[in-house]
Design a protein around this ligand. Structure first.
Ligand SMILES: *Cc1c(COP(=O)(O)O)cnc(C)c1O
Length: 390
């Protein structure tokens, strides 16, 4: 008999009752060191007192009003995002996949508005993940996501990852947009080298195509800059954000330049919950904390410390690990064993990690993880790896 919860997830036999910073506790009080952070969501850890205060203060005032009215909390968060980025305007969603939907709609509307409604082709890359809506799965094209859900939404061409020739051959003045993650998350912590991002920007400038970045996983301080594309010194036309932006409260956003958003006038898009007062009150507090240069410098320092310790772990277990990759606190261990086996062995050591494609184990701790917790994480990963070695 089917479970009452639709069984689309292979869940671990673990239930967490509460959390404290980088730790998640089961009902019997067992403490798990959480290096998944709800898949890069809990950027300030569990039950962060500042976020709890922001949420409860707003909860005592007003929860939800609808976008039929002015929402000062939403305007404030939009101000913070516009001030900190390339963007001129922001639309708030409840998730990453909704941000992907709007980004795709915005691209189509942009060219329709420009008098070129046939210009719809969006180029994407193998290994990409943009969410689970019908549009987002078409953008990724991955067999496991699209099988049985056809016909797929037309207008996407999925290119091989890292194949410059294929890319050059595919881009023309008929290309509507290029959609890419600066660091692939689900794809296995695969960073796009800075020169490639710069090359994509040049291709877009030359052809007029819009550059759309998916920073749902790599954004919000995860890599040690507020947004990962800042390392390449380029700016997108449209950017999707979610996961970390709400610190655990469901929130996403599409950021855009005024030119890219041309045509998105009243009535062209909407959301009942998107940008509601609760989400935006929390999101604004997350932004205030994470966008602080001193906070981001700490993410970089901790990322370097973690990485150095992980290099030691790889050297100690050459039969289990192949190498370390990623940036800041978006780290991956390329494995010689199935990452899912390591995740399981980690449960026995009370550490939570997340598998990804390309034989990679993801380590996405809260960005305020302490140095001694990083050391503890590596000690637990060391025991987990030892338990797998033959
Ligand atoms: C998680 C993710 C999404 C989808 O976000 P949801 O909130 O799960 O809909 C989109 N893009 C990237 C890069 C992601 O990591």
């Amino acid at each position: 008999m089917i479970s009452h919860v639709l069984p689309t997830y292979n869940r671990a036999p673990l239930a967490f009752e509460r959390g404290e910073g980088a730790w998640a506790l089961t009902a019997d009080g067992t403490r798990y060191l959480d290096l998944g952070a709800g898949i890069a969501v809990n950027v300030l850890g569990h039950a962060n007192p500042e976020l709890v205060a922001a949420l409860t203060a707003q909860a005592g005032r007003i929860w939800h009003v609808s976008n039929l009215y002015q929402i000062p909390e939403q305007e404030r968060l939009a101000d913070l995002l516009v001030d900190a980025t390339f963007a001129d305007t922001v639309f708030f969603t409840n998730s990453g996949t909704e941000a992907a939907e709007l980004a795709i709609k915005m691209v189509r509307k942009h060219w329709h508005h420009a008098g070129d409604p046939e210009r719809i082709e969006i180029l994407t890359f193998e290994g990409a993940f943009h969410g689970r809506s019908t549009g987002a799965i078409a953008a990724s094209g991955a067999e496991k996501m699209v099988k049985g859900f056809g016909p797929l939404m037309p207008g996407f061409r999925v290119l091989p990852f890292g194949d410059h020739e294929a890319l050059k051959a595919a881009v023309s003045d008929r290309t509507a947009a290029i959609l890419v993650e600066p660091v692939q998350g689900e794809g296995g912590i695969r960073p796009l080298p800075d020169v490639c991002l710069q090359g994509l920007r040049e291709l877009c400038d030359r052809t007029g195509a819009l550059l759309v970045l998916d920073e749902v996983q790599c954004g919000m301080g995860r890599t040690g800059r507020l947004f990962a594309h800042e390392y390449a010194g380029i700016e997108p036309d449209i950017m999707m954000v979610a996961k970390g932006i709400g610190g655990g409260f469901p929130l996403g956003a599409v950021l855009a330049t005024e030119a890219a958003a041309a045509g998105m006038v009243a009535g062209t898009h909407g959301s009942t919950y998107g940008g509601n007062p609760l989400a935006c009150a929390v999101g604004a507090r997350v932004m205030e904390i994470v966008a602080d240069p001193a906070f981001l410098a700490e993410v970089n320092r901790k990322g370097a410390l973690f990485r150095q310790k992980l290099e030691g772990l790889v050297a100690a277990h050459p039969q289990v690990f192949e190498g370390v990759r990623g940036q800041g606190l978006m780290l991956g261990l390329k494995c010689r064993v199935a990452p899912a086996d390591l995740v399981k062995a980690g449960y026995d050591q009370q550490i939570l990690t997340v598998p990804a494609a390309d034989d990679t184990l993801r380590l996405l701790p809260p960005l305020n993880i302490a140095d001694d917790e990083i050391a503890e994480a590596v000690a637990r990963l060391d025991r987990a790896a030892a338990s797998l070695a033959v």
